[in-house]
Ligand binder design. Sequence first.
Ligand code: 13P
Length: 255
Amino acid sequence: MTNQRSPLVIGNWKMQGSLALNASLVHALLALKNVSVAIAPPLVYLATTRQQLVGSAIKLAAQNVAAEGQQGAYTGEVSARMLADVGVHYGIVGHSERRQYYGETDALVAKKFIRLQEQGIQPVVCVGESLAEREAGQVEQVVSRQLLAVIEQCGIQALANAVVAYEPVWAIGTGKTATPEDAQAVHRFLRQLVGSYDKNIAENLSILYGGSVKADNAASLFAMPDIDGALVGGASLVATDFLAICHAAKASLVG
Ligand code: 13P
């Protein structure tokens, strides 16, 4: 079966950046052409970044969203409606850092997913196992539980307008990348899981890999048939590194 999916690279800046740093980083990325790229600055910088991206095809992604609703008395929260208002295209949900440090459960992740889609924002739902879970042979059990929570709450059709990111927790910020073959095995498993509900949605679903993606390992990851791009942390903060990863994605499309 031919792969119709074109690669997507999303830079997750996490809690890093400043007005000055962001401006120079965005400026360096403006030259990118003919490859799907998004950047996820901290929420407070989204509107400014949006202005800096005018005229560019680079899309804006949010790192978080309120689960409760689209407006109301929820001090400190930012709703999907507000994200859409400032031009956000993708919203990351279920990142392991939010699951781990802020106690986000599968049920909460599904609620955030729904809030985003209510506003036409594509959720990027992250799944991934810890080192202990991998060593215990529970990779498939963990990632399927995390993805099934979304499918059960939102319905399989919801994945027609969403992206999945496989981010093994032990590979995030550690310099340890899953081998392309190990990552591919999990990506294929996730696609088959979705395919057990709907083959067409599975075939068109972008499944990104995240976890220490760098300029020198991106091409081998993108060469795998079920790896459709990357969710990049640390390397997305260094313009030359992020550009190299985006170029590797573009080359994988041609190749
Ligand atoms: P690193 O690329 O820094 O490992 O982070 C990956 C990640 O968590 C992206 O969301």
